[in-house]
Design a protein around this ligand. Structure first.
Ligand code: C2E
Ligand code: MG
Ligand code: MG
Ligand code: MG
Length: 286
């Protein structure tokens, strides 16, 4: 009987589930105030053309610095923002901030490159999104070709609506990237129908590409597919020279990963441009 009770207790008062529930409640409570309290930060990670050794863009990656919870990963709070609907205001803030920041760098005289922004599913299916983006571009003065919107395969489940929104983006002159490619339930035929400019190979395939022949084969196939469809490929999560070498053998020219730079705060970006400029001068001298 005691054992049975113990079993029940484990079921109903599991410390693990309890801790998870409390954490989730705390996150939600503080997330509701995070925007007005100015607790979000954008970090920027360079995307590099390895042939020219030149920065072609940055991806903006949100961080939440909560006084109560510390720095919280987007992997933890974006799903909560989605469930609660907070993603609409947070997502809008991200687009505004990213566009204003990119325009600011251009005004400083830095090379004009694209700024990629991750969209979440609810945001993507928000009927006012295109108008919202058009307004932000107008207010910030950023030209549309310098804003890139990242969606994932799982967000295109409603094919008709997704296609209509993507066509609008495309007609507005925006860049479109398919993020985390290879991890979702992709229908390859949609790749042909959707106006997609960039395909980002998921880092889970890239990370061990030099030691995992299966992943190498998958990545090689994705690169070939994209080339045939005239879609640019970006390899995510490039961490070492061995991975880079394999990608270059497969003729993948654009990469993003710790090897070329971790996500940094806005103030560090001018120095990153300067570093790449110095390095390409050196390599053309050599
Ligand atoms: P993602 O869009 O696929 O972004 C790439 C993630 O990989 C980022 O993690 C980045 O810091 C990390 N990363 C880049 N290079 C490397 C590498 O060489 N090695 C390793 N191990 N990791 C690398 P992060 O910043 O933690 O973001 C995680 C995810 O959260 C993003 O994945 C994206 O799905 C989501 N996210 C980030 N910012 C936003 C946002 O503003 N809005 C929305 N809706 N989602 C966002
Ligand atoms: Mg992304
Ligand atoms: Mg990704
Ligand atoms: Mg992702």
């Amino acid at each position: 009987y005691a054992k049975e009770l113990g079993g029940n207790q484990v079921q109903f008062f599991s410390p693990h589930i309890y801790a998870k529930t409390v954490r989730r409640m705390m996150l939600e409570k503080h997330l509701r105030k995070a925007l007005e309290k100015n607790e979000f930060v954008l970090m920027y990670q360079p995307q590099v053309n390895v042939i020219a050794n030149e920065i072609v863009g940055f991806e903006s990656l949100i961080r939440w610095d909560s006084p109560q919870l510390g720095r919280v990963s987007p992997l933890e709070f974006i799903p909560i923002a989605e469930e609660t609907g907070l993603i609409y205001s947070i997502g809008k803030w991200v687009i505004e901030k990213a566009c204003a920041q990119n325009k600011h760098w251009q005004n400083l005289g830095l090379p004009k490159v694209s700024m990629a922004v991750n969209l979440s599913s609810k945001q993507f299916y928000d009927r006012s999104l295109c108008e919202q983006i058009a307004n932000i571009l107008q207010v910030t003065g950023l030209e549309p070709q310098y804003l890139e919107l990242e969606i994932t395969e799982s967000m295109t489940m409603d094919v008709q609506v997704a296609l209509a929104t993507l066509n609008s983006f495309n007609n507005m002159g925006l860049q479109i990237a398919m993020d985390d490619f290879g991890t979702g339930y992709s229908s390859l035929s949609y790749l042909k129908e959707f106006p997609i400019h960039h395909l980002k190979i998921d880092q889970s395939f890239v990370k061990d590409i030099s030691v995992n022949p299966t992943h190498a084969a998958i990545v090689n196939t994705i690169i070939t597919l994209a080339r045939n469809l005239k879609i640019n490929v970006i390899a995510e999560g490039v961490e070492n020279e061995a991975d880079l070498k394999v990608l270059q053998d497969f003729q993948c020219d654009t990469v993003q990963g710790y090897l070329f730079g971790r996500p940094v705060g806005a103030s560090e970006v001018p120095e990153i441009f300067a570093k790449f400029a110095r390095e390409s001068v050196q390599s053309s001298d050599a």
